[in-house]
Design a protein around this ligand. Structure first.
Ligand code: ADP
Ligand code: ZN
Length: 359
């Protein structure tokens, strides 16, 4: 078992990574929190495979559990669904000492955290992320939210879980395409902070895709470690945390312009990383090799490399991102594999030049 401590003064917590963790979840959790009223939130896909394993383990350890299952999918991440979950909190008589358990991918984690952060002004919650994306990204860092018709994740807050339990076995039932898009965020961590991780993925991609335990433990633990260290330094995204948005500036514009239904998040981010690297080459910050290495990995994952969008529309959309501060576009640009800079100096001229050429 790997354990990573997230040091955020009074909001500190542990991330546990292991196989077979779900069966032991109650036994492990009881060391962190006394048995209590517990609302286990999941979606119907995940309930089918893991609902009873988790419920039984919690019950064996005297947690008074009720399970609520959402329909799968991003469309569920609304205030309306949050209200249904508040009703479940009342029905099950949760109090300030109760617990919300999020068992699932990013959708379940985000909305469960949001409900936990607002019910009675905040009750304890833990995350059991079951998708690779949630394990390496959304379950760590305390961003919780629901969507609004005007924008994704627009209604939310920063609210840290009491613990995160990552069972690598859950990846065996995750659809392969979901695994691959999660891997893009792992590659991102390599580029922004850890050249050795990037190299490891290049060398061991086959093992990773075969879900080899050692390989999974390595890439997930490294990713969690990188995200943790960035979040520890800048919990509320004042500055440094922005490096986690490498690939996301153009990536988000692609997602927005295609109404979030043509590209999966990881697919859009992969394209965004390549464009960001092209910008870095254009301004003389990095060299072609840095581009080629990322391109090669992304190709090996079989991810799309074309976008049928007008550069003008992309540039216009960049300004609508909620991360735009005082009208300035912010780009995260690689200097080399393992190191990025935050730049507010990318001109529209450069953007047009880059976006007009194929990847
Ligand atoms: P993400 O985690 O990518 O942000 P979701 O929460 O929508 O997004 O999860 C992606 C999809 O994968 C959903 O349909 C969800 O039900 C499914 N899923 C998540 N984890 C697992 C798993 N371990 N086994 C099977 N299906 C899963
Ligand atoms: Zn992302």
């Amino acid at each position: 078992m790997e354990m990573i401590r997230v040091n955020l003064s009074s909001n500190s917590y542990n991330i546990y990574i292991d196989t077979g963790l779900l069966e032991r979840i109650g036994d492990t959790l009881v060391k962190e929190k006394a048995p209590c009223k517990t609302l286990l939130i999941t979606d119907t896909n995940i309930e089918k495979v893991y609902g009873s394993i988790v419920t039984e383990s919690l019950k064996r350890n005297k947690f008074d559990v009720r399970l609520v299952s959402l329909q799968p999918g991003e469309e569920q991440k609304t205030l309306g669904t949050a209200c249904i979950l508040y009703d479940a909190c009342f029905d099950h008589k949760l109090d300030r000492n109760a617990l919300i358990v999020a068992l699932g991918g990013g959708v379940v984690g985000d909305i469960s955290g949001f409900v936990a952060s607002t019910f009675m002004r905040g009750i304890p919650f833990i995350q059991i992320p079951t998708s690779l994306l949630a394990q390496v990204d959304s379950s760590i860092g305390g961003k919780v939210a629901v969507n609004h018709p005007k924008g994704k994740n627009m209604i939310g807050s920063f609210y840290q879980p009491k613990a995160v339990f990552i069972d690598t076995d859950t990846l065996s039932t995750l659809p392969a395409v979901e695994f691959v898009v999660g891997l893009v965020e792992v590659i991102k961590y390599g580029v922004i902070r850890n050249a050795e991780l990037f190299e490891y993925i290049e060398k061991h991609l086959y093992d990773i895709l075969q879900l080899d335990h050692t390989a999974l433990l390595k890439i997930i633990a490294d990713s969690c470690q990188i995200k943790t260290s960035v979040v520890e330094e800048d919990e509320k995204e004042v500055y440094l945390r922005a490096i986690l948005n490498y690939g996301h500036t153009i990536g988000h514009a692609i997602e927005t312009l295609t109404n979030y239904n043509k590209y999966r998040h990881g697919e859009a981010i992969a394209i965004g990383m390549l464009y960001a690297t092209k910008i870095a080459i254009e301004i003389g910050l990095t060299n072609n090799k840095v581009y080629e290495r990322q391109l090669s990995l992304i190709k090996r994952l079989g991810l799309p490399l074309t976008i049928d969008l007008k550069p003008g529309d992309i540039v216009k959309t960049l300004y609508t991102d909620k991360k735009v501060i005082s009208g300035k576009l912010r780009f995260i640009l690689p200097k080399k594999i393992g190191e990025v800079i935050i730049s507010d100096e990318v001109t529209e001229e450069i953007l047009y030049k880059i976006l007009n050429a194929p990847l």
